[in-house]
Write a protein that binds this ligand. Structure first.
Ligand code: FE2
Ligand code: FE2
Length: 358
């Protein structure tokens, strides 16, 4: 089939599936089929921010006072965050957008990717302000095996989807899309959260607080991305029997995807704290958090959790950073959640989807 960026549809915009149907012709949002996607888009947009709003000049002084070992933890974590957002800033547009066949989904994907580019810009903002030689930090990223391996892992299912050459919308194509969406869900819901915990550990010690504020804004966005990926997966399962079958057939593969990501995150904890720990955080504690957040996400996607975890968050202080959404609130005041605009909470649970029809 010849591809085109504009082809007048034979079906109405309310009759088309999320993916693999006729492409979108008119970008219209007057009446939408998937109001939950429209709401997520509106929420994303209402959270618009720019990195320059955040003053990170004190972070430069703080960084100079950190021990070598703490500097390694901070910089390595930042480098890995840069890699995660580098991939996630371009991949939804490259892999998902060409397959989307609904106007509000198309808008959501483009906005989602745009916000990831804000995250990428914010890392440059931090690095320019904190390090005497910013380019050195960037130049080193891809030569760290633990980071490049992570890059390969998060790209694998995007690449499988992009490189598929079989019939458009076939069962195989749907399977690749499903696995890609699960992989995105793992990136947005597990990998980023592990890195956030590490960023906030410094601010808990009143260090690197500018960076922590930026990460708080990034976390607010990632939480919506997590909700978006979960929502899309659930919608596919609800609307198309093929995906129910695909979910059953790929059960082992999906469990392996989760396990591989969790092991990779645990190995990363060893790399971060390889030269020693910092007050309030060490490799074992962060690994407990990896499993705890992993179990939470596996459960939300309605899969069986094959390992046991703490009943409570092993890093309870991360919650105030995730739940308080406002930039202007000082770190010591972040338990004030009344600043949060609208009804979408800042971590995914059943309540996250109240008002969104799933
Ligand atoms: Fe991001
Ligand atoms: Fe994201």
């Amino acid at each position: 089939m010849k591809k085109s960026v504009f082809k007048i549809n034979t079906k109405g915009h309310l009759d088309k599936d999320l993916f693999f149907d006729e492409g979108v012709d008119v970008a219209r949002y007057d009446i939408v089929k998937y109001s939950q996607l429209q709401k997520l888009y509106e929420k994303m947009l209402s959270f618009y921010w720019t990195p320059d709003e955040i003053d990170v000049t004190k972070d430069k002084i703080d960084f100079g006072k950190l021990t070598k070992n703490e500097q390694h933890i901070f910089t390595s974590n930042l480098k890995r965050q840069i890699l995660l957002d580098s991939v996630q800033g371009r991949s939804p547009d490259l892999a998902l957008l060409p397959l989307a066949s609904n106007p509000e989904l198309e808008l959501l994907i483009e906005t989602w990717a745009f916000f990831e580019t804000i995250h990428s810009r914010s890392y440059t903002h931090v690095i320019r302000n904190v390090y005497p030689n910013p380019s050195k930090v960037f130049d080193e990223i891809t030569s760290i095996p633990a980071i490049s391996e992570c890059g390969n892992a998060i790209s694998e299912h995007y690449d499988n989807l992009i490189n598929y050459r079989g019939p458009h919308g076939s069962y195989k194509h749907k399977t690749l899309l499903y696995l890609c969406l699960v992989s995105i869900y793992i990136l947005e819901g597990i990998r980023f959260y592990v890195s956030f915990a590490c960023s906030w550990a410094f601010a808990e010690l009143k260090q690197m607080e500018g960076n922590a504020k930026i990460i708080k804004l990034i976390a607010r966005d990632e939480n919506l991305h997590l909700a978006a990926s979960l929502n899309i997966i659930r919608t596919l399962l609800k609307e198309d029997e093929d995906y129910v079958k695909i979910k059953e057939e790929t059960d082992g593969q999906v469990h392996q995807l989760f396990e591989d990501a969790l092991v990779q995150e645990e190995d990363w904890c060893d790399y971060l704290f390889g030269n020693g720990s910092m007050i309030g955080l060490n490799a074992d504690l962060l690994k407990e958090y990896v499993r705890w957040i992993g179990a939470k996400r596996i459960k939300s996607l309605n899969y069986h959790v094959p390992f046991s975890v703490h009943q409570h968050n092993p890093l309870p202080w991360t919650e105030k950073w995730i739940s308080g959404g406002a930039v202007q609130v000082a770190p010591q005041e972040t338990e004030i959640t009344s600043y949060v605009l609208g009804g979408v909470t800042h971590d995914v649970n059943k309540k996250s989807f109240e008002g969104l029809s799933l």
